[in-house]
Design a protein around this ligand. Structure first.
Ligand code: HEM
Length: 423
């Protein structure tokens, strides 16, 4: 079955019966270890690469590489990306307004956006940030290198990726710690707080981030500067500038898209390397291996989980004609561990035969920040290698993972021989 047309009526398939046959519930927001989840998705794929979950109003779960490619490639041609959420709700709760820009825009409006943003995220532009990102990495390492131990997530992965976005935006670096705190509260609530306390803290952090972003915009309106934020503010769609709400949504999406993903890829990588120092050594054995290692760890860690909604009469996913209005959830980690293309998918192998991984997605919404993401990972590997050539997971602390809009790891405690600060 290959038809995906607007006009061909839905084939004579009892879709409700298929749902019942393929029903395996899935909680995309569970506080579950990523490797455990990937093993369960592999078991699901073995049953069928397209299964159904009745949770959150119901959605299809694609777990095969080919099936996920077919969905993402057909964005605007039978699928849209709004809402980019398997449960069909607004993504970041009350922290944002209606939609995240540009990830939940589609069609012509989305194309205009991409055209304006792509040159800004070009490799050359991102490369210009390299000296500042290297300095940032070393400043962060300086804060814990004498201790011989660190929670790599709060001590490196999180502030490194968040501060890089602040660098990119052109916002004052001295505000980085404050912004990091707000974003962490928005994403994870408060430590040891109950649900009520978390909600209150998130609402407060949301209001403060909004006020901060609006004040950055007001400053630029009063005194224009030549930076990324100003460029976004000057964008015109259909002849008019973006509203404050749309600008806020864009800044917030950039913050979240660029932060959670890079921090997760780094945190998962160092959780792995904490028990596999042979792979850490192999990464630097030949000068060309590091780029291969960045790609292999992107394949392995793939934190993003796009969802698409069918807009044609139906779209065929695998062997299922998914009807209009239904959602297909595409965990990219599952595609990247499909044994059809990646033998021993749970192993790290820097010399895999080239098969493009899907960590950055595919089609019109393919990650616009991928050059920056690769640069950040490479710099992090190089600077950490120079400062902590040996490390291991701290005994008694097993990294704890979670799912969500970006799969991640809560903390990764590392121990290493202490070294000197550089500053
Ligand atoms: C390891 C790091 C990263 C990974 C794995 C990643 C992954 C992805 C994926 C899979 C998508 C597509 C989602 C979908 O189709 O629904 C995406 C979109 C996007 N990413 Fe990234 N990303 C990373 C880093 C970054 C960075 C550093 C930035 C920029 C600051 C960024 C900005 C964006 C934006 C703006 C979009 C939306 C593009 C669009 O809708 O056209 N990402 N990313």
């Amino acid at each position: 079955m290959t038809a995906t047309s607007e006009n061909i009526p839905l084939p004579d398939v009892d879709i409700e019966a298929v749902k019942r046959e393929r029903a395996i519930d899935y909680d995309p927001f569970s506080a579950k270890d990523i490797e455990v989840n990937l093993a369960q998705l592999a078991a699901r794929r073995a049953v069928n690469p397209v299964t159904y979950s009745g949770t959150g109003g119901g959605f299809w779960v694609a777990t095969g590489y080919d099936e996920i490619v077919s969905v993402l490639r057909n964005n605007n041609r039978g699928y849209i990306s709004f809402p980019n959420n398997p449960y069909g709700e607004p993504p970041a709760g009350e922290a944002t307004s209606k939609r995240l820009i540009p990830i939940e825009l589609d069609g012509a409006e989305h194309r205009q956006y991409r055209k304006l943003l792509e040159p800004v995220f070009a490799p050359k532009e991102m490369q210009a940030l390299e000296p500042q990102i290297r300095k940032l990495a070393n400043d962060l390492i300086d804060t814990w290198i004498e201790d011989g131990t660190v929670d790599f997530v709060s001590g490196f992965a999180f502030p490194y990726s968040a501060t890089t976005i602040i660098l990119l935006m052109g916002w004052p670096l001295q505000d980085a710690a404050m912004m990091n705190k707000w974003v962490r509260t928005l994403q994870h609530g408060v430590l040891d707080g109950d649900e009520e306390a978390a909600r209150k803290a998130q609402a407060k952090a949301g209001a403060e981030v909004r006020e901060y972003i609006l004040s950055m915009m007001a400053e630029r309106r009063a005194r224009p500067v030549d930076d990324f934020s100003q460029m976004l503010m000057n964008i015109e769609l259909n002849g008019s500038k973006l509203s404050d709400d749309d600008l806020y949504d864009t800044f917030l999406l950039l913050m979240l898209a660029g932060l959670d993903t890079v921090q997760s890829a780094l945190a998962q990588t160092f959780a792995y390397l904490g028990t596999r120092q042979d792979k850490w050594d192999e990464m630097f054995a030949q000068p060309e291996t590091i780029d291969l290692a960045v790609e292999e760890f992107l394949r392995y860690t793939a934190p993003a989980v796009p969802t698409r909604t069918v807009t044609n009469d139906y779209m065929v996913v695998g062997d299922v004609p998914v009807p209009r209005g239904e959602r297909v959830h595409c965990p990219l980690g599952a595609a990247n561990r499909d044994p059809k293309y990646y033998p021993d998918p749970d192993e790290i192998d820097y010399n895999r035969p080239a098969k493009p991984h899907l960590a950055f997605g595919l089609g019109p919404h393919r990650c616009i920040g991928l050059h920056l993401a690769r640069l950040e990972m490479k710099i992090a590997f190089e600077e950490l290698r120079a400062r902590i050539p040996r490390f291991g997971l701290t005994e008694g602390h097993t990294p704890v993972g979670h799912l969500g809009f970006a799969w991640g790891v809560d903390d990764v405690y590392l121990s290493f021989p202490p070294g000197p600060r550089r500053a």
